[in-house]
Design a protein around this ligand. Structure first.
Ligand code: AKG
Length: 280
């Protein structure tokens, strides 16, 4: 049985995987992405793909396979105070996912992600290995809150338009620290003082109130993919469930874009994604 593609709609932010087979629906999805700054594609990753990725991620988490980022290193609200504190060994990210196992490389560079990000960027897509490129984990108890930020805050590319692709490996919502977004905030102009020294949004700034009033808390299921403009403000709370939440994050730029030489963004390779030649 095939699902009908979601009809083209001015406010479409959620679509099914079959949208990728329908040129008009894919075009509408890309339009919604440009306008809203994010879209969700339901069930984009097949159950077998989620199974394979989750198996590797859980094994590597259990064996603490490096390189890792620990909650205590960042010290966000809710994180253990130090690596020696109770919970100090709580992992926040399995870094360099691309090099960990072929399941991550296949997910990040092949169909269906290749067609999706190509459509969203409006040009052939390239994967950056410098940013994200990780499995995000959020643990009960010691998993931290992440304040409102734009992923691009420490990124340096000729053009700011990148796409973050976030794959949920299980149910995600407010109860376990799922993501919240502010629609259209990728295009927001900020006032002086609206970002703190770490480039988190200052929520008490008067100009932040109208932005925060539009907050959307996302609910994702296993296999759902959230694509967001890397300039979109997003945040996340703590995990109040009893299960570790796992999500995979990669970021993409267009073929006409490039990291700025000499910056951290240029220190890791970019990988060209295959361009699908339409059958004609
Ligand atoms: O899961 C979270 O706490 C948020 C992660 C996030 O926004 C990020 O790493 O950019």
């Amino acid at each position: 049985m095939t699902n009908a593609a979601v009809p083209a709609s001015a406010d479409m932010v959620s679509a099914s995987a079959t949208t990728l087979q329908d040129a008009a629906a894919l075009h509408a999805l890309a339009e919604a992405f440009r306008r809203q700054g994010y879209v969700v594609v339901r069930g984009l990753a097949a159950p077998s793909v989620c199974d394979a990725i989750e198996r590797v991620a859980r094994e590597q988490l259990k064996s603490a396979v490096a390189p890792l980022e620990y909650e205590a290193e960042l010290g966000y609200p809710g994180a253990p105070k130090s690596r020696d504190a109770v919970g100090g060994g709580t992992v926040r990210r399995l870094r360099q996912a691309y090099d960990r196992d072929p399941v991550f490389r296949q997910w990040a560079t092949e169909e269906p992600v290749a067609s999706l990000v190509t459509a969203l960027l409006g040009e052939p897509a390239r994967l950056t290995l410098a940013h994200h490129n990780c499995v995000m984990t959020k643990h009960p108890m010691y998993g931290s809150q992440t304040g409102w930020h734009r992923d691009t805050r420490y990124w340096s590319f000729a053009q700011p338009e990148l796409v973050t692709v976030w794959l949920a490996l299980g149910h995600e919502d407010e109860s376990n620290g799922g993501l919240r977004v502010i629609p259209r905030s990728h295009l927001a102009s900020l006032q002086p003082g609206q970002l703190d020294a770490a480039e988190f949004l200052v929520e008490s700034h008067p100009a932040s109130a109208p932005l925060l009033a539009d907050t959307v808390s996302l609910t994702l299921e296993r296999g759902d993919v959230l694509c967001f403009d890397s300039r979109l403000f997003h945040s996340a709370g703590q995990n109040h469930s009893d299960m570790v939440k796992l999500s995979v994050a990669f970021a993409y730029l267009g073929a006409g874009n490039a990291p700025v030489p000499g910056t951290r963004s240029a220190q890791s390779p970019v990988v060209d994604l295959p361009v699908k030649v339409p059958r004609g």
